[in-house]
Design a protein around this ligand. Structure first.
Ligand SMILES: Nc1ncnc2c1ncn2[C@@H]1O[C@H](COP(=O)(O)OP(=O)(O)O)[C@@H](O)[C@H]1O
Ligand SMILES: [Mg+2]
Length: 475
C-alpha cells in the first residue's frame, strides 16, 4: 500500500476517533443497560445482545487499530531509522550505503534526496582527492625546491627537492620557523621583503649546508582575496650553471695564456732581427728557426683547439666501421719509425688475436694512438721500450700504450686528461706539446662509448688504457 505520510497520519487519527466513538457507544449502551428497567417495553434479552455486539465491536476495533497503528508507525519509523544509520555511516566516510527508495511518500523522497546528496558528496570528495594527488605528483617530481610558509614564516609544506636541498625531511621541517630550516640570512631577508612589499622577490643564495650549492630563490606572497595567507618559495639549483660559467672563463684565460706564449717568442725574435740581428746570418737563421717553430706550435694549438671544440659540441661526425686493429697499428709504427730511431726507442705490438677488430672511426682511432705514442716518445728516455697491446674482453677491446718512461706523479695522474694540464709545463712546451693531446683522446674514446684511464709508476713508466666496442665477427 503506497500512502503518503499525511494519509497515514490521517488514517491514524480516524482510527483513534473511531475507537473513541466505539468506546463512547459502549459506555452509552452500558448506561442504557442500567436505564433498561426504566423501559420495560424492550426485552432484557435484546438489551444483552445489543450490549454483547457492541463489546465485540469495541474489542475488534481496538485490535484492528492496534495492528494498523503498529504497521503505520513502523512504516514511518523504519525508513527514518535507515536514513539515520546511513547518515552516520556517511559521516564516517563510508560511501557504499544504498537506501531503498520503495515508498513514494515524504520519507521515500527524503531517502532519495539523501541518496542524491551522498552521491554528490562522493563525487566532490573524489574530485578533491584527484586534485590533491595531482598536486602531490607535481610537487614530488618538480626538480625545483618548493617551500610553503604561513604568514608567521613557519614551514607548512616542503617538496622532496627542497628536502634534498636543505638536508631535512618535510616532517622535521613542518611547523618550524624558516630560519631554522633554510639557515641563510639573505634568504630570510628576501622572505621578509616579499611579505613587506607584497611582491615577488628573487635572490641568488649560496647554501653551505648540507653541501655547497648556489640557488636562485623566488619568494612570492600567496593571496586570498585581499589578504596574504602565506608565502611560496621556489628554489632553482644553479650550481652547475655557475660552475660551467666559471669553467668557460677559466678556459678563455688558459687559451689566451697558451696563445700568448708562442706569440711573445715570435715578436721577441722578429724584433731582434729587425733591430740588426739580420746582419749576422748564423744568428738570423737560428732566430728564424725559432720563429718558425713557434708559429708551428701556434698553428698546432689552434688545430687542437678547433678539434677539441668540435668534439665537445659532438659535431664530429664519426664514421663508424669495423676494422682490424693490426694493420692500423702497423701503419702508425711505420710512420713513426724515423722518430723512434732518433729517440732510440723500440716499439712492440702485441695483439691478443692477429685479426682483432674494433668498431670505430678509423681516422679518430689513429689520432688517439698517435697522441698516446707521441707522449710515450716524448716522455721516454733513450733505450726505452713502448708497447701497444690490445685484448678482447667480451663486447669490448682494451687497448694499452705502455712505456718505460719517466712516469707521472700520483697526484697528477687524475688530472692529465684535463685541457692544458701538464706535469712539467716548461718541458712539455719545449717538446712542442699543446697540453690538449690527452683531452682530445678522452673525448674521442668517450664519443665511441669507451673509457680511458692512466696508471703510472714514477721513474718506471706509464700505461694509458682505453676501451672500444669490439668489431662484430665477420660471418
Ligand atoms: N707517457 C707519458 N709519460 C709521462 N707523462 C705523460 C705521458 N703522457 C702524458 N703525460 C703527462 O700528461 C700531460 C698531458 O699530456 P697531453 O695532454 O698529451 O699534453 P702534451 O703532450 O701536449 O704535454 C703531459 O704534459 C705529461 O706531463
Ligand atoms: Mg701529448
Amino acid at each position: 500500500m503506497r500512502l503518503s505520510l499525511r494519509w497515514k497520519l490521517t488514517l491514524s487519527y480516524l482510527l483513534v476517533i473511531s475507537v473513541l466513538i466505539l468506546v463512547l457507544g459502549g459506555l452509552l449502551l452500558h448506561a442504557w443497560n442500567v436505564l433498561g428497567p426504566m423501559f420495560p417495553a424492550v426485552a432484557p434479552a435484546v438489551w444483552r445482545r445489543l450490549e454483547l455486539m457492541l463489546l465485540t465491536a469495541v474489542g475488534l476495533a481496538v485490535l484492528v487499530a492496534f495492528f494498523l497503528g503498529v504497521k503505520l508507525a513502523s512504516d514511518i519509523s523504519n525508513p527514518l531509522e535507515e536514513v539515520t544509520r546511513a547518515a552516520r555511516r556517511l559521516a564516517q566516510g563510508d560511501f557504499s550505503v544504498h537506501l531503498r527508495r520503495e515508498s513514494r511518500d515524504e520519507i521515500g523522497e527524503l531517502a532519495a534526496a539523501f541518496a542524491h546528496m551522498s552521491e554528490t558528496l562522493k563525487a566532490k570528495l573524489e574530485e578533491i582527492a584527484a586534485a590533491k594527488s595531482r598536486l602531490e605528483a607535481v610537487l614530488r617530481y618538480t626538480v625545483s625546491g618548493l617551500v610553503l610558509l604561513d604568514t608567521r614564516g613557519r614551514v607548512m609544506m616542503m617538496n622532496p627537492a627542497a628536502e634534498k636541498l636543505f638536508g631535512l625531511s618535510a616532517e622535521a621541517a613542518v611547523g618550524r620557523h624558516h630560519i631554522e630550516v633554510i639557515r641563510d640570512y639573505h634568504l630570510s631577508a628576501a622572505i621578509g621583503e616579499a611579505k613587506e612589499k607584497r611582491c615577488v622577490v628573487s635572490r641568488e643564495v649560496n647554501l653551505l649546508y648540507p653541501e655547497e650549492r648556489t640557488v636562485q630563490a623566488y619568494v612570492a606572497p600567496v593571496w586570498e582575496t585581499d589578504e596574504i595567507t602565506g608565502l611560496i618559495v621556489v628554489f632553482h639549483d644553479i650550481t652547475e650553471l655557475r660552475r660551467l660559467e666559471r669553467l668557460r672563463t677559466e678556459f678563455v684565460a688558459s687559451v689566451s695564456h697558451e696563445l700568448r706564449t708562442p706569440l711573445t717568442a715570435i715578436r721577441g725574435f722578429s724584433e731582434t732581427l729587425l733591430n740588426g740581428a739580420l746582419e749576422d746570418r748564423a744568428a738570423a737563421e737560428h732566430f728564424l728557426r725559432i720563429i718558425d717553430d713557434e708559429a708551428r706550435r701556434l698553428s698546432a694549438l689552434i688545430d687542437d683547439l678547433l678539434d677539441l671544440s668540435r668534439l665537445e659540441l659532438k659535431r664530429a661526425n664519426l664514421n663508424i666501421v669495423t676494422f682490424a686493429l693490426g694493420p692500423l697499428v702497423e701503419s702508425i709504427a711505420t710512420s713513426l719509425k724515423p722518430r723512434l730511431e732518433k729517440a732510440e726507442l723500440r716499439l712492440e705490438i702485441a695483439l691478443s688475436e692477429p685479426d682483432l677488430s674494433v668498431q670505430g672511426d678509423k681516422d679518430r682511432i689513429r689520432q688517439v694512438l698517435l697522441n698516446l705514442l707521441d707522449n710515450s716518445i716524448k716522455y721516454t728516455p733513450p733505450g726505452g721500450r713502448i708497447t701497444v697491446r690490445a685484448v678482447r674482453q667480451g663486447e669490448t677491446v682494451q687497448v694499452e700504450v705502455e712505456d718505460t718512461g719517466r712516469g707521472i706523479p700520483p697526484e697528477d695522474l687524475g688530472r692529465i686528461f684535463e685541457r692544458f694540464y701538464r706535469v712539467d709545463k716548461a718541458r712539455s712546451r719545449g717538446d712542442g706539446g699543446t697540453g690538449l693531446g690527452l683531452a682530445i683522446v678522452k673525448h674521442i674514446v668517450e664519443l665511441h662509448g669507451g673509457r680511458v684511464w692512466a696508471t703510472s709508476r714514477l721513474g718506471k713508466g706509464t700505461t694509458i688504457s682505453f676501451t672500444l666496442p669490439a668489431g662484430k665477427p665477420l660471418t
